[in-house]
Design a protein around this ligand. Structure first.
Ligand SMILES: [Zn+2]
Length: 422
């Protein structure tokens, strides 16, 4: 199966390009390709980019909004309480059904690579079992990694350390942490060490929730970075949220940039969720509670984005569209200069690929894997301004989503499916 896309704009290049795809790879890229192909697409001068990556998401809780109740306070803690009620009776089937729907939504908006958390403090591990099946069943349309996520803490309950290790043995790809939610600062520090021990034992990366609070004294990120350095785990650690950084003094933040850069830690900002959950204990002025995307980038720290949630106890809105997450990020992070807006697409593309260490096969270049998205826009600014869903999503050289008007058609396992809810 070969596919020829004609007349596309590419990021950071002038002019129009033709792209020939064969056997899942880009085999030719030039201003005019003479060869033919099984299918030809006229891009009409629209922007073709690598497909998007969502680096932080909770598939197990997706689309549970209102079940068993709504989060009326808008705090992280009430969200965790509601989820605790929901997960008591959760089944593998329930997790699968919602997760599959959420994955299809994401793919239809251009995401073909996803890191999801599975809450492994649910003792039957139904969430993990469900997501392991979803990973397999959805592999034609999305590359999924599952992080064993200790939502209720690693040292808060007897047995959680064992659950974390068991989850990795069952097939989780990464080891999670949530040090700011442990009972004490000392437990938080110890929990990081426990997680790194498990990660090292099984050769896994560490993918944490770190300092997701407005407490300026929450300083676990430095501990995470120090562990990465001491254990030779550079470039193998991601830290999600890191919102306490918003409230750190500048001298301390400066110290942190340096050790994060040295440790090769990627910070995953989740702007949709944190602009909603943070600042909830403030009167006025209210802090935004977002990690410092602009300054981190300036100091050479890699930053990528997560959508985090869709319609669950923590976030009542969302459609799985990384362009919405980016839209929020550029506003909240003051990334609205012309060049900043142009570059901002890196946060949902190449920066995520760096965090996953897959740059060698990532991008719109000859020889790279054809995971692409044709946006209904001429450049990054238009894509952000208009927020139009993509016209085509290509995974491994195959078109998996075609869209015209408000209708999207998904192709999975050789079957075509109308996505009328996206
Ligand atoms: Zn999260």
């Amino acid at each position: 199966m070969s596919l020829l896309i004609r007349g596309a704009r590419l990021r950071r290049l002038d002019g129009f390009y033709d792209i020939l795809i064969e056997d899942g790879r880009i085999v030719e890229l030039s201003t005019s390709i003479k060869r033919s192909a099984d299918e030809k697409i006229d891009a009409g001068g629209r922007l073709l980019t690598p497909s998007f990556t969502d680096m932080h998401f909770h598939l197990d809780s997706a689309l549970t909004l209102g079940d068993p109740r709504y989060n009326e306070s808008g705090t992280l803690i009430e969200g965790i309480e509601i989820w605790a009620e929901k997960k008591r009776g959760i089944t593998v089937d329930d997790v699968k059904k919602r997760a599959i729907k959420a994955v299809k939504m994401m793919v239809s908006y251009g995401t073909t690579r996803l890191r999801t958390h599975a809450d492994i403090t649910e003792p039957k591990l139904s969430t993990l079992k469900g997501l392991l099946e979803v990973k397999k069943e959805m592999k034609d349309i999305i590359d999924m990694q599952i992080t064993a996520f200790p939502q209720d803490g690693i040292l808060t309950e007897r047995g959680n350390v064992e659950l974390l290790e068991k989850a990795v043995e069952m097939g989780a790809d990464n080891v999670g942490i949530i040090p700011h939610y442990e009972l004490t600062r000392e437990d938080g520090v110890k929990s990081i060490s426990v997680a790194f021990d498990i990660a090292q034992k099984y050769g896994k990366d560490v993918d944490g929730h770190v300092d997701e609070t407005d407490d300026e004294q929450s300083r676990f990120l430095e501990v995470v970075a120090a562990e990465a350095i001491k254990r030779g785990y550079e470039r193998r650690v991601t830290a999600g949220h890191a919102t306490a950084m918003h409230s750190y003094n500048d001298a301390y933040a400066y110290k942190l940039y340096r050790i994060l850069r040295r440790a090769g830690v990627t910070i995953i900002a989740n702007p949709l969720i944190n602009i909603h959950l943070q600042g909830r204990f403030d009167t006025y002025p209210k802090r935004r509670g977002m990690t410092r995307i602009k300054e981190l980038l300036k100091h050479g720290v890699n930053v990528a984005l997560g959508h985090d949630c869709i319609r669950d106890p923590w976030y009542p809105l969302g459609r799985g569209d990384m362009m919405q997450a980016l839209f929020m990020a550029v506003h909240v992070g003051h990334l609205m200069g012309y060049q900043e807006l142009k570059d901002s697409l890196d946060l949902i593309t190449i920066n995520a690929a760096k965090a996953l260490r897959i740059e060698h096969e990532y991008g719109v270049e000859t020889g790279k894997r054809a995971d692409l998205v044709l946006l209904d826009a001429r450049d990054e600014l238009e894509a952000l301004a208009l927020q139009r869903p993509p016209l085509l999503v290509i995974k491994n050289g195959r078109i998996v989503v075609r869209r015209s008007g408000s209708e999207a058609e998904l192709v999975i396992g050789g079957r075509k499916e109308k996505l009328d809810y996206v």
